[in-house]
Design a protein around this ligand. Sequence first.
Ligand code: 5GP
Ligand code: 5GP
Ligand code: 5GP
Length: 208
Amino acid sequence: SSAQLVDFDYYYFVVQWPGSYCDLQKACCYPLTGKPAANFSIHGLWPEFLDGTWPQDCDTSQTFDLEQVRDLVPELNKYWGTLTCPSSDSTKFWKHEWEKHGTCTGLTQHEFFSKTLALMKSINLGAALEKANIVPSDTATYNVTQVQSALACAIEEHTPGVECNIAKSGNNQLYQVYVCVDKDGTTLIPCPAYPNGRCNATVYWPTF
Ligand code: 5GP
Ligand code: 5GP
Ligand code: 5GP
């Protein structure tokens, strides 16, 4: 089966804050490998078009094959764990991300997962926030533009996209960060477009 060539323009490298995923109406569950670290974790590496649309499910013949990424599993568990219920190993999440987004990249499965892990390991978003005295808290609120400026310090001063969700309490809280990456899958770039992230001017960053 030949790799499908999709002429996407850039990537969103998307990470999630587990404290905000787990604070929604629907419950979260920790992966079988245990409670994840109190740090951002990988959601995915998504090919994007400049107009704000994106390709998905580009090659249904390339089903996820855990054997092709067997050597990466310890790091996938560490950085790319699932938070959906019931608790499971995270292979359904990896399968979903590969089949929906990965098959549009032109990369092999091994390249797709190893490039995404390399991005994760090279970027410490939590440390950048803490350096700016932005710490997880169930009471503090933060100016969202200050959050984005602090995050930019971790990604070569490029302002990332931010997405918020609504906690049970009603708080608007930082849920995901969108880092823009060149289609080489490695080079950080200024974001050509931002997702509609539903963040208020002031946001919570809850504990996990
Ligand atoms: P929205 O109304 O926020 O633009 O999109 C709602 C849902 O429609 C998204 O979560 C997504 O599932 C789907 N969607 C919107 N735009 C696109 C697109 O460009 N490509 C694809 N594949 N799905 C889209
Ligand atoms: P997306 O289509 O946004 O790339 O992926 C979201 C899908 O991955 C959802 O169907 C969701 O159920 C599944 N999923 C599994 N584990 C997780 C997780 O830890 N976080 C998120 N956001 N989605 C997950
Ligand atoms: P929008 O920015 O269109 O209002 O919302 C996009 C929603 O679709 C986000 O919540 C995002 O989590 C989801 N989504 C799932 N897959 C993709 C993707 O490949 N690209 C983008 N931009 N959003 C996606």
